[in-house]
Ligand binder design. Structure first.
Ligand code: AMP
Ligand code: MG
Length: 416
């Protein structure tokens, strides 16, 4: 006789994680609107246009080594050849003459290649005697030469539109002598918490109340994505207040994110309000934590109604909202998910059906990198979220995990 299913097994009516992600991303178009900003201000912003190289980088053929600039033709034989040193070339101070047969120019890294020279011979294999330098051939033409335009060719696309500017991109733009770039405007995100029991920080809790933590985790996650934030506070489960909040948010923002009030059979008005004011789907997701989630539109704004439990908020944000915001912001293509497999140090009970996101801690010891479960896994337990440094992602069809089994982990670094 088979045992009855445990309550955490998902019925087939529940939407799989990947299907929900696809359904969300398929509906989204990047926002339009852009501005020109100075290079430094482009950090974290998304390029609205290709950056075209106005010049070559490097600007001129130059030496990759300290040594001597010579002509390959002078060093055809295997015997040591003596060449007369006729001058020097330094970075920023080129040799003004040209190198003719039988001559060499002392050259430093980064210095422009003198006319006539086609090989840089590193000093380690040269023998200097007074005005003469002795070199053994033959040497390949082009040795130790960095060609003009080798990094970036004039007229070519140096950075494509959709690139998110990090430190390397700022440097690259500056290396082209460009002072300003066109970036997409920031995504405007309005967010609020819902629930009669939710209290804002700054006053003592009344009996039965809970401090609002979701607005702070969302503030942190959204700030890292460089969004323009509209924090709308806590809205009670009151129809008039909720309607006004949704109306204001839809007018002011590209995206509305709420937490709480989306599960079935609650004394909340929020589902009803969302459904009345826009086109919203209410999903039962086959994930844990974070089963209920609403997605759709109110007016022109995209709506994410996240569950109320603090850990479920973070899980649904990272699995569904973050890539959606990047897509709306114009990042193209999306970065690959940062998932990798490591052995688990302990047993985990898991029934096939839902995709589970456990809070994990990566440990590195003599045996390599492994992962352990971090603390209590209740969907309201933020403490273990803080103690964790990764999600352990157990796929829908995965069952119990034994110590030493490989599990997928998704490190928080870059996420949280
Ligand atoms: P709900 O989805 O509205 O049923 O909320 C689920 C659980 O999460 C309840 O225990 C709520 O008290 C809690 N919760 C909802 N919103 C918040 C919030 N903003 N901060 C902390 N806990 C919350
Ligand atoms: Mg509620």
């Amino acid at each position: 006789m088979s045992s009855p299913p445990r309550p955490d097994a998902a019925p087939p009516s529940h939407l799989a994680c990947t299907a929900a992600r696809r359904a969300i991303l398929d509906q989204l178009q990047p926002i339009t609107g852009w501005e020109r900003v100075a290079v430094r201000s482009a950090l974290g912003r998304i390029l609205a246009q290709d950056v075209i190289a106005p010049c070559n980088v490097p600007a001129h053929d130059n030496s990759a080594m300290d040594g001597y600039a010579v002509r390959a033709g002078d060093l055809a034989g295997e015997a040591e050849t003596g060449l007369r040193v006729v001058g020097s070339a330094f970075a920023g101070r080129p040799f003004s003459g040209s190198v003719v047969a039988g001559q060499a120019v002392r050259i430093m890294t980064g210095a422009a290649i003198p006319t006539g020279a086609d090989v840089i011979v590193e000093q380690e294999i040269c023998r200097r005697e007074g005005e003469q330098v002795f070199i053994r051939g033959p040497l390949q033409r082009g040795r130790n030469l960095r060609r003009a335009g080798e990094d970036l060719a004039e007229g070519g696309v140096a950075l494509p539109a959709g690139t998110r500017c990090g430190p390397a991109e700022l440097g690259l733009v500056a290396s082209l002598g460009i002072a300003e770039v066109a970036v997409r405007r920031r995504l405007r995100v309005a967010f609020f918490s819902t629930g009669d029991e939710i209290a804002s920080i700054g006053r003592p809790l009344a009996p039965g109340e809970v401090y609002d933590s979701n607005r702070y985790t969302l503030f942190g996650a959204l700030s890292r994505l460089d969004c323009e934030l509209l924090d709308m506070g806590v809205i009670a489960d009151d129809p008039a207040a909720l309607e006004a909040a949704f109306r204001d948010a839809a007018q002011a923002a590209d995206v509305i994110i709420t937490s709480g009030g989306v599960s079935v059979g609650e004394a909340d008005f929020i589902r009803e309000m969302m459904a009345r004011m826009g086109e919203v789907a209410f999903w039962k997701l086959a994930i844990k934590p974070g089963r209920p989630m609403a997605f759709g539109r109110i007016g022109d704004a995209v709506l994410f109604g996240l569950p109320g439990n603090p850990v479920a908020v973070l899980v649904t944000f990272y699995q569904f909202v973050q890539d959606a915001l990047l897509t709306l912001a114009g990042v193209d293509p999306l970065p690959p998910p940062n998932l990798f497999t490591v052995p688990c140090t302990q047993a985990i009970r898991k029934r096939p059906g839902r995709r589970e996101f456990l809070r994990g801690r990566l440990v590195r010891d003599a045996e390599g990198v492994r992962v352990s479960v971090a603390g209590a896994q209740g969907s309201g337990v933020l403490r273990s979220m803080s103690e964790a440094d990764c999600f352990i992602v157990l796929a829908e069809d995965c069952g119990d995990v034994a110590p030493g089994d490989g599990v997928l982990v998704q490190p928080f670094d870059g996420l949280i």
